[in-house]
Design a protein around this ligand. Structure first.
Ligand SMILES: Nc1nc2c(ncn2[C@@H]2O[C@H](COP(=O)(O)OP(=O)(O)OP(=O)(O)O)[C@@H](O)[C@H]2O)c(=O)[nH]1
Ligand SMILES: [Mg+2]
Length: 199
């Protein structure tokens, strides 16, 4: 039996960081590497924290006590080294035992633990047919800072097996509950060297 009181967090750290030019997870903001910061927030909200990455050894010197690595493996058909956040999420979700999982990108320097905790209190009331509870912003859903039901894994794998790689496209096919976003600022993700000046 899983309950809403138990929550797992998945932190994704496996992108190409091509716009940044160096691994974003390792960039220090106010003296703390981004991945450490995001995992700290995740620990403040969830009972179990997984970091899904193709290269756990890269992060072994970070202070990530209480977090477990899940090593992402290439898809049989993939020639690329990284295959995007949707596939990373699916590989993490396969290990989750709780009804709900909080998914977080590693490039979110302005996360607020209080907002995530308040969101988590709403999960008990999310409609049965919703696969996720996410914030909405002008460009669509924010897929990498919100909650998913564990039982959406089969739908997610179907979508991936058909070649789908876009969260927005996948989410369009199912009911998703809206979470209230007190300030858009919290979802600021740093993708470029210029973004670091704003962090
Ligand atoms: N585990 C895993 N995480 C990924 C993968 N691709 C992207 N991510 C993560 O998804 C989040 C958002 O990534 P983006 O900022 O969109 O992309 P990116 O590939 O890291 O950077 P760009 O190359 O500049 O687009 C970050 O936390 C990434 O680490 C992947 O293949 N595997
Ligand atoms: Mg990003």
């Amino acid at each position: 039996m899983t309950t809403c009181n138990e929550l797992t967090a998945i932190v994704l750290a496996g992108g190409k960081s091509s716009r940044m030019g160096q691994d974003k997870a390792l960039i220090s903001i106010q003296g703390m590497p981004l991945l450490e910061r995001v995992c700290g927030v995740a620990k403040g909200c969830a009972n179990h924290v997984y970091v899904v990455t193709p290269w756990p050894e890269r992060y072994q010197d970070l202070l990530l006590s209480g977090c477990q690595f899940i090593r992402e493996v290439p898809l049989p058909s993939a020639s690329l080294q990284t295959h995007g956040p949707l596939v990373g999420f699916a590989q993490g979700l396969a290990q989750v035992q709780t009804e709900w999982v909080l998914l977080l990108a590693c490039d979110l320097p302005k996360l607020e633990v209080e907002v995530l905790q308040e969101w988590a209190t709403r999960l008990d009331r999310v409609g049965d047919n919703a696969i996720a509870a996410l914030a909405h912003h002008p460009k669509g859903w924010e897929p990498l800072c919100g909650f998913y039901r564990r039982r959406c894994l089969p739908q997610l794998l179907d979508f991936i097996n058909q070649g789908g790689r876009s969260f927005q496209e996948w989410l369009r096919q199912y009911p998703v509950e809206v979470l209230p976003l007190p300030e858009l600022e919290m979802l600021f993700n740093c993708n470029t060297p210029e973004d670091l000046d704003l962090s």
